[in-house]
Design a protein around this ligand. Structure first.
Ligand SMILES: NC(=O)C1=CN([C@@H]2O[C@H](COP(=O)(O)OP(=O)(O)OC[C@H]3O[C@@H](n4cnc5c(N)ncnc54)[C@H](OP(=O)(O)O)[C@@H]3O)[C@@H](O)[C@H]2O)C=CC1
Ligand SMILES: O=C([O-])CC(=O)C(=O)O
Length: 267
């Protein structure tokens, strides 16, 4: 943190999440944090309210980097950010399904890595419940518009089923270890649930394409000897990028508020 106590934030990704986060930071909406610079693949011209800089420069200038770009950025830059003593707030939690990378990031420093809760709720409680013992079952069901789930690895038959669906279609069932890599822009939430539960293989995931999914729905169901838990959210998707729920930038801003020490935060 700078000598003035203000957290200098570098934002990576000027997309659905980054635009809202950057605009709010630049408008002073997160007390104790300031937008210092922006990194993006594309030339932004004057679109961003802070200087666009190369990644290395952002690391040098900032106390904290917000990743709102994609799993590849966490893989490529995560350790370098932390080794430079800069903190990292991750949106693309799916990168952490690579356990070697996760271990390296969690052990790296002196910068600290943190994760935003993103599109799901209940992660705080699931993490707390770990103290009572393991859960017997954890299931995440994610339902989204078919267009947001099409992937390069899908064969023609599956793409055809998605495009012609008139009812919900189960696209993939797996665990939090396999699913976020297969839908890198759409199922980071599975990795987030696994981070809270502490076990990638314990989290079963169903991905459902629903042509009527005006709202993106995530349902977390968990049970163990100590209790049972159900968290269900239904979000309006971002208008420009319907793979991302409209609430996600505000989850990032909430995380930034907590990191910057805004009083009265629920942690
Ligand atoms: N945890 C959660 O609940 C959620 C997590 N996410 C994660 O957040 C990511 C960002 O979401 P969103 O804002 O909607 O995505 P967008 O595609 O709208 O924006 C991402 C921006 O980052 C840029 N970008 C991508 N890779 C790089 C890079 N290596 N260096 C610099 N810029 C880069 C993109 O440019 P270009 O298009 O040219 O590559 C684009 O401008 C998602 O990919 C997903 O991984 C999203 C939703 C929920
Ligand atoms: O925004 C959402 O609803 C979830 C999402 O894209 C992700 O987890 O990657």
């Amino acid at each position: 943190m700078s000598t003035t106590g203000t957290l200098k934030v570098g934002l990576v990704g000027w997309g659905a999440i980054g635009r809202v986060v950057g605009t709010a930071l630049a408008a002073g909406e997160v007390p104790g944090a300031v937008l210092t610079c922006v990194v993006d693949n594309r030339p932004l011209g004057g679109a961003a309210p802070a200087e666009q800089v190369p990644f290395d420069t952002a690391i040098e200038r900032c106390d904290l980097i917000v990743e709102a770009a994609g799993q590849g950025v966490v893989r490529e830059w995560g350790e370098r950010i932390l080794a430079a003593g800069t903190d990292l707030l991750v949106a693309s939690t799916g990168a952490l399904t690579d356990e070697d990378l996760a271990k390296r990031l969690l052990e790296a420093g002196p910068g600290r890595v943190r994760f935003t809760s993103g599109a799901v709720g209940g992660l705080d409680l699931l993490q707390a419940v770990r103290a009572l013992g393991p859960l017997d079952e954890v299931l995440l069901t994610t339902t989204k518009l078919p267009t947001t789930l099409e992937q390069p690895w899908m064969d023609k038959e599956l793409i055809g089923r998605l495009r012609s669906a008139t009812e919900p279609v189960e696209v993939l069932a797996g665990t939090a270890r396999d699913v976020p890599v297969k839908f890198p822009r759409s199922t980071n939430v599975a990795a987030s649930v696994a981070l809270a539960v502490g076990d990638l293989d314990a989290v079963q995931v169903r991905v459902v394409a629903d042509p009527h999914a005006v709202r993106t729905r995530h349902v977390i169901e968990a049970a163990g000897p100590h209790g049972s838990y159900r968290f269900e959210v239904a979000h309006t998707p971002d208008a420009d990028n319907p793979a991302t729920s409209g609430v996600v930038p505000y989850a990032v801003l909430r995380s930034l508020g907590a990191i910057a020490g805004r009083p009265g935060q629920i942690l």
